[in-house]
Design a protein around this ligand. Sequence first.
Ligand code: SAH
Length: 450
Amino acid sequence: MKEIKKPTETVSIIGYNEKGNGTFLSNGMPWEISNVVEKDVAEVDINYKNREARLIRIKEKSPYRTKPKCPIFEKCGGCQIQHMIYSHQLEYKKRIVEELFKKTLKKTYTIKPCLGMDNPYYYRNKNQMVFGNDPKLKVISGFYVEGTHKVINFDNCYLQDDVTNKIVATIKDIMVKLRLSAYNEDRKTGLIRHVMVKRSFSLNETMVILVTGTEVFPGRNNFLKMLLARHPEITTVIQNINPKETSAVLGNKEIVLYGKGYITDCLGGYIFKISSQSFYQVNPKQTVVLYLTALKLANLSKTNTLLDAYSGVGTIGIFASSLVDKVISVELEKSAHLDAIENAKMNKIKNVRFFNDDATRFLINMARRKEKVDVVIMDPPRSGSTPQFLQAILMIKPQKVVYISCNPYTLVNDLQTLIKDYEINTIQPVDMFPQTNHVECVVLMSRVKE
Ligand code: SAH
């Protein structure tokens, strides 16, 4: 017997759930669907058995939709929400945070409006492009198409600084001229695997990192000469050798081919050394907004001891140093830790002590020694903190905890432990990554238990 096909339904998108999917009601029941914008009218196919809805087409476009600037937006996958007008992107991110807090912490919290940028394009100070070979164009560079090792080629990314875009395009051109091919992962032949460019917007310094599969670099001197002639703004060039079959971009071995091997950036009046390997925030304008937001919420005083956990190159501790008695910073990566020490020296800051340790181990030891801190600012990686770290905080009993998070999912998970003794005072999203679905959030908590 022929299956009777249920007619499709026309629905209005009423909001977003914690995953960022659009929501709508059908027969009084809530449904979710991806790739839609609030106020879209969409034709959908609802599968009641599997509780799944499928988008057929947008019948009426939401006023929050806009034409993406980037011609390869849909193919590339590097950004996800360029089709939303910017003010709605900010609202969207706020809504995701709101829903996540509600779902996980079982309470409706007030979320502050997401702090956005005046110009939400070309904001990244760093790019990272994978190189590949193409029969027609010879050398291509871009991102991997999601879930594959196929490179989508482009010269202009609307999120990356224009200078970094142009340098990568030049490198492709030079490679073709010098008859160099990109690294081939399967055959282990060819030269360049990735190119990373890091810029200091404030001091106009530029670092180019050429990641190669082997140390042998045919035509290296010519390559350098041609690159520097076309981009006098380049202040240092590094060859990083990564022979491994790995998703990590950088290998361990590096040769400085030109300049001092690092760049310096000025952020909020402080200077910071940026090396090839250390973590450094990619949106410098919003980094200042983020740090000043965190410090304002922390409301530090001159008698305070502050713990800056997951401190990277020491930026937050250095920003906070003049507001407190002393700062204790802990960071796992050796290179970031060494940069942090040098950064404090360069800024003539003497009240920050840097520890190169796992933040969890460090905090457990602090708790064992019954050491006290008044305020903790924690800024863990996307995976969040650990249960033991959070337990140690409960034992150390700081008055305030400021949690800076680039992943609201792990944030709300971690908060579940902290809310035993802390109340959530402020939740402030900051848009560090316009056009993408990444959500950064600062949460202020204060201790309620004696
Ligand atoms: N606060 C810094 C860095 C945040 S990124 C800034 O704003 O720039 C998170 C940092 O945590 C990275 O520098 C990473 O190297 C570090 N990290 C990751 N796991 C860690 C761990 N277990 N212990 C301490 N630091 C860790």
